[in-house]
Design a protein around this ligand. Structure first.
Ligand code: CAA
Length: 390
């Protein structure tokens, strides 16, 4: 039985900020952000969007052409959740009118939670081949203003229906893992912004990559050259390029010339360069960016996927793109969504970044901004109120 991706939805906020403008404000050479870090824009969510509304928008697109009555679980992966107890999945379950027999849960292990969700879903489908699982990875990557992490901020959500009808990509459950207790990036419950030891986090990412690769290679007997394309967790796009070159050198058995490495990752970097980090969704936005690239013919190609969640967990696995994959991807919608964003000025960026919901239980109705089909209308008595916009 084949299992894997039957459909994909993607959503990123409709406001963005140009990293050249940020560099000018921070007194940094713009080339550092554009080339050194590899980011052109960051997506900026307004006060009436959060991980639930972004996830609901992505999920709505993912279930558009799928028999939604067959969805029997919603797995919501995030590291910027809105509640310590109630899962984001349950709000989305209502917004999308999913069956009451559907299970709902939220998963966390930094950016690796999306992949843990995928692996869990594949296991559930193996036990019940009729099952369709809606996996949503949604995050707001928020670092402090004026910190080194600021240019790697971003936001958005990706949703996939995983099933025994993987018309887009068959996923192989066999994977390699590396886990270790490290403090490279974390966010205590009482903080809005992540804390990070940036340089250290890059070193741990690369260690997790090679260790997870070794475990994967042992369990699959595959070599570097058995993979046509590579999609990495992308905290920023240069990390994907660095990771790929590092893995190539680590494996040391490729017949490829080093000059052919960019062609194996470039198409996967396009969307992230425009949205910034999506944490749990980043590796899958990389995959979508690759699949929707007009220059790629991927049918029958094996794509490697590496997820890295700080703290830390690395997971390496792979899948094979299916023959008619293009017809199941709303590539033009995604192109339009990213092209039609409103560009913020610096003051607007700081204001949007700094606006916060009350935490004392008082009533707050959010100003209406450009959003997707769902928005956070406000909060009252510590309860979030979500609404459809159409
Ligand atoms: N022109 C071109 N390139 C330039 C340049 C210029 N004028 N000036 C500097 N650069 C290059 C540097 O040479 C460097 O490239 P290399 O890494 O290839 O040497 C690059 O720009 C970045 O420069 P710095 O290392 O000096 O940048 P920094 O100290 O400001 O920090 C960062 C960069 C560590 C990524 C920081 O943005 C950060 O902490 N980000 C958040 C943490 C993060 O993303 N970690 C990644 C691994 S953890 C993870 O993946 C989980 C997750 O999602 C967070």
């Amino acid at each position: 039985m084949k299992t894997g991706i039957e459909s994909i939805g993607f959503y990123s906020p409709q406001y963005c900020f140009d990293l050249r403008k940020l560099a000018a404000e921070r007194g940094v050479d713009g080339d550092k952000y554009i080339h050194g870090i590899g980011q052109s824009y960051m997506a900026v969510p307004p006060i009436d969007e959060d991980v639930v509304t972004m996830g609901a928008n992505a999920a709505r697109e993912a279930i558009e052409k799928v028999d939604a009555s067959a969805i029997d679980a919603v797995i919501f992966a995030t590291e910027s959740g809105v509640d310590q107890s109630k899962s984001g999945a349950v709000y989305i379950h209502r917004l999308l009118n999913l069956p009451s027999t559907c299970k709902v849960v939220e998963m966390k292990q930094a950016c690796a939670a999306g992949t843990m969700g995928v692996l869990s879903a594949l296991g559930m489908i193996a036990l019940n081949p009729k099952s369709k699982i809606l996996l949503i990875a949604s995050d707001i990557a928020r670092y402090g203003l004026n910190t080194a992490g600021e240019p790697t901020s971003g936001a958005g959500a990706i949703a996939m229906v995983l099933s025994a009808n993987p018309v887009i990509m068959e996923l192989d459950y066999r994977h390699g893992t590396y886990a270790a207790d490290v403090m490279d990036f974390w966010r205590p419950n009482y903080m809005d912004e992540a804390l990070v030891d940036g340089k250290y986090s890059i070193r741990v990412y690369l260690k997790a990559l090679t260790e997870a690769w070794k475990d994967y290679a042992r369990s699959t007997d595959r070599t570097f050259d058995d993979h046509d394309r590579f999609c990495y967790h992308l905290p920023f796009t240069r990390m994907g390029i660095k990771a790929h070159s590092y893995l190539y050198k680590h494996c040391g058995d490729s017949v490829l010339d080093e000059a052919s490495l960019p062609a194996q990752v470039d198409a996967s970097l396009r969307y992230n360069r425009l949205t910034g980090n999506l944490y749990t969704g980043s590796a899958y936005v990389a995959l979508l960016s690759l699949l929707e690239s007009p220059d790629e013919q991927l049918a029958g190609k094996r794509v490697a996927l590496f997820s890295y969640g700080s703290g830390c967990l690395g997971i390496f696995y792979s899948g094979v793109v299916q023959a008619d994959y293009r017809q199941y991807l709303p590539a033009n919608q995604h192109k339009t969504m990213l092209e039609q964003r409103s560009e913020l000025g610096y003051e607007q960026y700081v204001s949007m970044y700094s606006t916060r919901l009350p935490i004392d239980g008082s009533e707050f109705m959010a100003n209406k901004h450009r959003t997707g089909h769902y928005r956070l209308a406000g909060v009252c008595a510590h309860k979030r109120i979500y609404e459809s916009t159409n």
